[in-house]
Design a protein around this ligand. Sequence first.
Ligand SMILES: C[S@@+](CC[C@H](N)C(=O)[O-])C[C@H]1O[C@@H](n2cnc3c(N)ncnc32)[C@H](O)[C@@H]1O
Length: 299
Amino acid sequence: MTTAPSPQPALRTQGAPEPDLVSIRDLIYQVAGIFHPDNKLSLLQDRCRRRMTEVKAATLREYFECLTIRPIRQAELTALLNEITIGETCFFRNQAQLDAFRRVVIPKIIEAKADLPIRRLRIWSAGCSTGEEPYTLRMVLLEEAADRLKDWNIEIIATDLNERSLAHAKQAVYGSHSTRNLTPSYKERYFLPYGDQLQVCNRVRANINFVRLNLSDDSRMIFMKSLDAVFCCNVLIYFDLTSKSRVVQHFFANLLPHGYLFLGQSESLFGVNDDFQLVHLPGTTAYVKGNGTERRSTR
Ligand SMILES: C[S@@+](CC[C@H](N)C(=O)[O-])C[C@H]1O[C@@H](n2cnc3c(N)ncnc32)[C@H](O)[C@@H]1O
């Protein structure tokens, strides 16, 4: 759980403050680390209204009670989080990052693990949304399966807070918007036709473990151990500095000493965390855990 930030001025709808909406905003922040600044409160209100119709709550006060003291509170909080966390994603969202992962980072991980008896690669897609990111990573790794990663056991853990997105991810069926960046060769080798859509083939779906996990849940985060790489792309944009720092500290603790953290194209750890070391890769950047003896810029 994240500590609520200092009280913010309430949204004023037609001049009137909405204290119950602010209470809901603070609850979501405490539970999931997602912070709605004042200029996004109308969005939150809209999402609440959708749920209020479902649970027949007439007012925001009544809805706040549904989220906190009524027997449905746990299920309703999950349902509201499902409404709030609908995330844009697609296959091969950041080609430069994937190329750098394949050509620079994987060889470095292999080198770091050269003396270990077990050849195991453990990758975490944190905030995987509907699954395009972990499936993309799996395809990239399959491209190396006959060569650099021959005989390696590869595990991908894909987590998200949104259970509807996870259900979609497990079904692995995607329309043209999600698949727009796929080359014909990838489509042919890793997908099967599914009506007018495409379904990810079993070879790609194997060894990807989809799990609901809240990145703000410290009690769960401490168990995500022994990672070679974490992809947490376009997720922390919803968090404020405090909750972001906390999540990133968990990534740092859970990565192996050679481990890498990848963020979204417009994201950085500047002002968030000093422990990770920024590395410049062709066309992109990443963060490496390093041996912890050096402190470098996270800009
Ligand atoms: C924009 S999507 C990013 C998807 C993918 N990583 C990408 O870059 O294409 C952001 C995802 O973060 C998830 N998310 C937001 N807050 C979260 C939290 N507290 N714990 C876990 N996932 C969260 C949302 O549910 C959403 O699926």
